[in-house]
Design a protein. Structure first.
Length: 187
C-alpha cells in the first residue's frame, strides 16, 4: 500500500504511509471514550472503510444497537430511533488475515453474505474464536481489523447494559448508548 503521487514517476512512498499515521480512532460515547488501534496492514480495505465512515461523520450520533452480555457490543449502523444510516457499498471480507476474534478486538458485522459488511462493527467482550475464518461454519468468519487499546472498561460497561426489543430489533440497550463522535487521533 502506498500513497499515490501524481508525478511522472507514479507511486512513491514518503516516510510513513499517510494512512498508517492515522491508525487510532477515538469513539466518544455517552459512557466514556474508547480508543481503537486499527490493523491497517493486516486488514487494509476494512481499515480504510472504517476510516472513511469516521472522517465522513457517519458514526456521529449512532448507537450501540445490539448488546449481548458476555459476547459482543455492536454499533455503527443505527440512530436511537433504530433508523439505519446510509452506507457505502459493501467491502470484501478480509477475515483471511488470521487475526482472531479475541476479547477487545473490533470486527465487521455482516449478513449471511460474507462480503456484505458496510458500516456496522462489533467489539468482542470475550474470546469468540468460533467467529474466526478457520472455525466458522460458513468458511469465512468475521474480519478483525483492530483492537481496543484504551477504554476496555467502557466496552465492558456497555456489555452489561440492560436490553430489550425496540422497533423490531432484539438486544437493544434500554437506555441509549450513543457514539457522540468518532475521530482520528494521533498515535
Amino acid at each position: 500500500m502506498c500513497l499515490t503521487i501524481t508525478f511522472s514517476y507514479g507511486c512513491s512512498k514518503i516516510g510513513i504511509n499517510e494512512q498508517e499515521e492515522r491508525t487510532l480512532i477515538k469513539l466518544n460515547t455517552n459512557k466514556g471514550n474508547i480508543i481503537i488501534k486499527l490493523f491497517s496492514e493486516d486488514a487494509p480495505e476494512t481499515s480504510k472503510n472504517f476510516i472513511n465512515y469516521v472522517e465522513g461523520g457517519n458514526y456521529n450520533g449512532t448507537v450501540f444497537h445490539r448488546v449481548i452480555n458476555n459476547f459482543m457490543i455492536q454499533g455503527g449502523g443505527h440512530l436511537s430511533d433504530m433508523s439505519e444510516i446510509s452506507t457505502d457499498p459493501p467491502i470484501v471480507n478480509e477475515s483471511n488475515n488470521n487475526i482472531s476474534n479475541k476479547k477487545g478486538t473490533i470486527a465487521m458485522a455482516r449478513t449471511s453474505d460474507p462480503n456484505s459488511a458496510t458500516s456496522q462493527f462489533f467489539i468482542n467482550l470475550k474470546d469468540n474464536d468460533f467467529l474466526d475464518m478457520k472455525n466458522s461454519p460458513d468458511g469465512y468468519g468475521y474480519c478483525v481489523f483492530g483492537e481496543v487499546v484504551e477504554g476496555i472498561e467502557i466496552v465492558e460497561s456497555i456489555g452489561n447494559a440492560e436490553t430489550g426489543n425496540k422497533a423490531g430489533h432484539a438486544d437493544v440497550p434500554l437506555a441509549d448508548i450513543v457514539i457522540e463522535s468518532a475521530e482520528l487521533i494521533d498515535s
